[in-house]
Write a protein that binds this ligand. Structure first.
Ligand SMILES: CC(C)(COP(=O)(O)OP(=O)(O)OC[C@H]1O[C@@H](n2cnc3c(N)ncnc32)[C@H](O)[C@@H]1OP(=O)(O)O)[C@@H](O)C(=O)NCCC(=O)NCCS
Length: 192
């Protein structure tokens, strides 16, 4: 159950860089601060995000229909501001029910402090706790920094499809799928 996995939040964490922030799931009253967080994303990076996050209605809808068992947005906050978000998406049935999907975004002013690594690591712990077996993450080819962050966390590239996706200007880009197994070989062996 996701509720059990979330009992430890809100929680203050100090990153390797010495930077301290609070981690907690998205709440219904976050509408304004979550929108402000997305407005800080430089326009050239917006194509990395699948949703029209600069539109307040999109964020309002997310904050009004929170279902953490389906989408868990785990936020890093400082002084009432949201400075990073890593979301865990679950299928809740079907043949990808054991595979979670994670995405991460860090406020431009707060990059290079280990926030993305810490949040994705946290999401991996939650995913293990709730019994997911794999996590995947999707990128467009130009997201080299993000691909590096995930590689350092142990993700590997499962698939790269050249010119597979299109941005708002109809320009094509490579599609990259990365993934990690959460179960170790020993755990699989123990289940036999
Ligand atoms: C990619 C992104 C999430 C990284 O966030 P971050 O908090 O700055 O990353 P971290 O500080 O945790 O970086 C971890 C490691 O990744 C590497 N890394 C991070 N950003 C990098 C960059 N721009 N260039 C090269 N390496 C980078 C570094 O090796 C870093 O480790 P180090 O600081 O010990 O050297 C952030 O730049 C971002 O939000 N980008 C736009 C959105 C995006 O692409 N999201 C991913 C979609 S799934």
């Amino acid at each position: 159950m996701i509720e059990n996995a979330l009992e430890e939040y809100p929680r203050d964490v100090t990153l390797k860089s010495g930077f301290t922030c609070q981690l907690r799931p998205l709440q219904s009253d976050d509408e304004k601060v979550f929108h402000e967080f997305f407005l800080a994303v430089p326009p050239r990076e917006r194509m990395f995000i699948k949703h029209r996050v600069t539109e307040p209605e999109v964020i309002r809808d997310w904050c009004r229909h929170i279902d953490l068992g389906r989408i868990l947005p785990l936020l890093a906050c400082v002084d009432g501001r949201i400075i990073a978000d890593a979301s865990l998406h679950q299928q809740l049935g079907g043949w990808k029910r054991h595979v979670g999907r994670v995405s991460v975004l860090v406020h431009p002013e707060f990059r290079g402090r280990g926030l993305a690594s810490a949040l994705v690591h946290e999401i991996m712990d939650i995913a293990k706790h709730i019994g997911l077996e794999k996590i995947e993450a999707e990128f467009i080819g130009e997201q080299t920094a993000a691909i590096k962050v995930f590689s350092l966390l142990g993700f590997s590239t499962l698939l790269r499809l050249p010119d597979y996706v299109k941005d708002m200007q109809a320009v094509t880009h490579d599609y990259v799928l990365m993934g990690i197994n959460l179960k170790t070989d020993e755990e699989y062996a123990g289940m036999g």
